[in-house]
Design a protein around this ligand. Structure first.
Ligand code: 13P
Length: 249
């Protein structure tokens, strides 16, 4: 499967940082890669970034509302993100689940909204440290997948992002065996739910991915890419992670 290297800028980025997007796009132009490259930005930067990216890298968003439009002050619909130049949206990130009370059911509605608008969705799941200690990690993530995928088969899920909460921004990461065990479990869940289509959905690992550990993580079975937070903010770091994937011949 063609890997996906996705950056998530979270709530970082002013106009001045658009130079990083230009630099990432330039690095992909210089060394065409056998990966899809995506950066999910704050909504305020999407339109300008997508014209700077000039199709060399994809630009995405980090959340959307489930409705097309309406009296939802401060919210942004999937259609608006698409209109601004996004082609993908991250949904159900643990920070949205934690700080905005997003449940699996809310995430499923947003996935439907993304499909409706023609956006690809990256659905995020992950367990807490306590859940892992209690031996519940596989069950927690399996349940999140089951409930966060909408029933409609037309949904455009591009990827599932496995991001253990305790690995995000902490410099900690699961062992290679733990990553493989979880990614294989996610694959089984996707195939039992979606049949052969479940094999076409990329499973990304996220949580403290950086230029030093990316090669080892991306080489693991069932790891189809990375979801990168902090290390996606600097073009040099993000380009180094992209550089782990072989160049296009
Ligand atoms: P870090 O790479 O900063 O740990 O963030 C991971 C993440 O949450 C990406 O969505």
């Amino acid at each position: 499967m063609r890997p996906l290297i996705a950056g998530n800028w979270k709530m970082h980025g002013l106009s001045s940082q658009l130079a990083e997007i230009e630099a990432i796009a330039a690095s992909v132009k210089l060394r065409p890669t056998h990966a899809d490259v995506l950066v999910c930005l704050p909504a305020t930067l999407i339109a300008r970034a997508s014209s700077l990216a000039a199709g060399r890298i994809a630009i995405g968003a980090q959340n959307c509302h489930s409705e097309i439009s309406g009296a939802f002050t401060g919210d942004i619909s999937a259609e608006m993100l698409r209109d601004a130049g996004a082609n993908t949206v991250i949904l159900g990130h643990s920070e949205r689940r934690q700080h905005h009370g997003e449940t699996d059911a809310v995430v499923a509605k947003k996935v439907e909204a993304a499909s409706r608008a023609g956006l690809l969705a990256i659905i995020c799941i992950g367990e807490t440290q306590l859940q892992r200690k209690d031996g519940k990690a596989l069950a927690v993530c399996g349940n999140q997948i089951a409930a966060s995928l909408p029933d409609s088969m037309s949904m455009s899920v591009n990827a599932v992002g496995y991001e253990p909460l305790w690995a995000i921004g902490s410099g900690q990461e699961p062992t290679p065996d733990e990553i493989v065990e979880m990614h294989e479990h996610i694959r089984e869940c996707l195939v039992s739910r979606l049949g052969t289509r479940g094999r076409t959905i990329r499973i990304l690992f996220g949580g403290s991915v950086n230029p030093d550990n990316a090669r080892a993580i991306l080489a693991l079975p069932e790891v189809d890419g990375a979801l990168v937070g902090g290390a996606s903010l600097k073009a040099t770091d993000f380009a180094a992670i992209i550089g782990v994937v072989p160049a296009e011949p």
